[in-house]
Write a protein that binds this ligand. Sequence first.
Ligand code: HEM
Length: 444
Amino acid sequence: MQFDPKSMHLILEKWGDEFGSAYVIGMGPKRTLVCSDPELMQTVLRERPEKYRRFSPIESAAAEMGGNGVFSVEGEAWRPQRRIVMQALAPTNFRNFVPVMHGITQRLLQRWKRIAQAGEILEMTDELIRYTVDVTTALAFGEDPNTIEDSGDVIQIHLAQIFPMLMSRTIAPFPWWRYIKLPQDRRFDRSLAVVHKHIAQLIERTRKKMQDHPSDGPHNLLEAMLAASTQEGSGITDEVIAANVLTLLVAGEDTTAHTLAWTMFFIGQDKALQQQLHAASKNALGESSTCATFEGLKSLDLFEATAMEATRLKPIIPQLVFESIDYAVLGDIALPAGTPVFFLTRPSMLDAQKFGRPEQFLPERWQAGHEQVRPHDAHAYAQFGAGPRVCPGRHLAMVELRLVLSMLARNFSLELAAEPGSIKEELDFTMHPNAMPVRLRCLP
Ligand code: HEM
């Protein structure tokens, strides 16, 4: 069976409508289970790393790119990497993170003001990726690249090649790139070389900083990994460090940016929602144009709820793919060792048994104490995964969503500069809009 990788999720969802919540397809030489039952998905997510692993081509493709970090690595090598990443992204660090994130949000605000005043149209996805690259790099690696104000050959142009290539190589029936380099492979190799050079320089500068100030730190993920690498038996080599810098850049960038882009897709079509968000932002921020404090984040629940509702309808993770390690029985389905299992996340989020009035965009369903929209089965929302490998960046992502959406609502009205129907879903590991042109107007 051959797919256009960019619309694979739509095809699998369509077949699910026809064949039910579990069906089998032939992909390459293997029989693959496609499943949209949220209970079975939770079982697999929780029974890792012992019984299930990520779909194995993800690890081999990531390793070939020098990116076999905490997302793709399996077995014992995963645990020490996971521990360091969890510590670095723990919510207890957020009081220190907020001032840095506030500065970057202010920068985005100034840029958007200039563009709005000039009456120009913004390609929103690109804007948001600049923001998330700046935030991830500043917080995880201790350097602020300021790509928001940089108009040159910014690193995300090269990073943007990675997810699409990882996706197409992961589901390729035959690993052509190992035998022949097509023009797209050569282009990709050039971008990958730029990214690795950028990462090597970052590691070098950080190592030097640590040598110059040995008693200071570690202050961030990169410093923590470099410190761990000096301990015997840590398993943290230079190669592992570079792979994790790449992993974090890619994992932290597209996911949050695409969540924000789809949220703006809904905001841009709904004047009443915009007014509600504007009022909520004024209430929370007062005379300020952006949220500047850790405490202030707590009054921005509606913004997080709006983003969650957007990704219920437009999941940026429409499929999560795993593999049984040995023979396993999932529900009443027998899985020979190495059977790929593709979980579709959207069908259960559109199921009226799980979410009341599922076809309607109702952010309030995600707000605590809101009883009107029932049922509400939060288990059926798996945008961050679950179990031992649940996304360690989810709290950071939520802070980013709150900061950007409240800044947007406080300062601008937003209008899509394209027919909503012309904005299509594309899957490149994460599901993103093919374009998101918007027009911003400054509000008093
Ligand atoms: C809205 C934004 C985000 C979404 C929807 C998202 C989603 C996910 C999902 C579905 C997984 C797989 C979880 C599983 O297998 O159970 C994951 C893993 C991961 N995410 Fe996120 N993510 C987001 C933001 C971030 C950010 C901001 C970072 C870091 C800066 C990050 C870092 C990671 C890492 C390192 C993993 C691998 C964890 C492991 O395998 O142990 N993510 N993410």
